[in-house]
Design a protein. Structure first.
Length: 104
């Protein structure tokens, strides 16, 4: 009985250790759990590789600054953090009403 208890305790410690290491990896790299482009590019530090081939065996979502092993052609990288779009371009002018009119 005592040997069985010792083995169970050892197994429990090993399981907790492995679980904590896996949890630490996910918190360090949030991109590893993202399975779609939509989810990936909503995460600030992640980029998506839309390259048609070469990603069958690993995740397309990755951290550009943290994974030098990902080889994605630059023309296929989807990373909204490095894009700028002008939605409406208007000349700015001074307002004609005073601020006191807003507080009637």
């Amino acid at each position: 009985m005592e040997v069985w208890l010792w083995w169970m305790l050892t197994l429990s410690v090993v399981c907790v250790s492995v679980y904590s290491q896996q949890t630490e990896k996910v918190t360090q790299n949030p991109c590893t759990v993202k399975q779609t482009c939509h989810d990936c590019i909503q995460t600030p530090t992640c980029a998506w590789c839309a390259q048609p081939t070469g990603f069958e065996d690993h995740n397309r979502c990755y951290q550009p600054s943290g994974n030098p092993r990902v080889e994605c052609n630059a023309s296929y990288i989807v990373d909204p953090s490095n894009e700028f779009r002008t939605i409406v371009q208007r000349k700015l002018s001074k307002g004609k009403s005073s601020a006191s009119e807003y507080y009637a």
